[in-house]
Design a protein around this ligand. Structure first.
Ligand code: CA2
Length: 147
């Protein structure tokens, strides 16, 4: 990874996107999301690094790996959004622009999804815009470059 890299991290169960609950998450698969992100990055001369893990520690390792020297970090922490102080602590040590993304509008869902441990350790938030939110997040990273 280098200064042209956008690191997009996806948390637990997002590998199942498109398989269930299309009324909440739509019908796109995570591979479709990766393609959308790649097109958005390539159009700006950026390199996409797109990853998914079901494991909290793996996500934390990846956040640490990208904490400096890249163009930006886009994170959909999925269920860990609402539970993980450890992931929050990792995000707070990141010095590149950070975007929190959620496909669904977490504020309009169950009460336990209303709180995000990541909101105040991220610089921008794209919530409830469907998978297009990932592209919006990348475009925000682009808008922050060379500032
Ligand atoms: O709306 C989002 O992007 C979420 O981060 C998605 C998480 C959920 O826990 C957050 O509250 C909001 C869930 C990701 C798992 O998504 C699945 C999609 C289809 C089938 C199974 C899981």
């Amino acid at each position: 990874m280098d200064s042209t890299t956008v690191l997009v991290l996806n948390g637990p169960n997002l590998n199942l996107l498109g398989e269930r609950e299309p009324e909440i998450y739509g019908s796109a698969t995570l591979a479709d999301v990766e393609n959308l992100c790649r097109v958005a990055c390539n159009a700006e001369g950026l390199t996409l690094e797109f990853r998914q893990s079901n494991h909290e520690g793996v996500l934390i390792d990846w956040v640490q790996e990208g904490r400096r020297g890249i163009a930006g970090m886009v994170v959909n922490a999925a269920g860990y959004t609402h539970t993980s102080v450890a992931l929050r602590d990792a995000m707070s040590a990141v010095s590149v622009p950070r975007v929190e993304v959620h496909i669904s509008d977490i504020s309009a869902r169950e009460e336990f999804r209303h709180h995000s441990y990541l909101t105040d350790v991220t610089d921008h938030h794209v919530i409830g815009r469907g998978v297009a939110g990932y592209v919006e997040a990348i475009q925000w990273v682009v808008s922050r470059r060379h500032r």
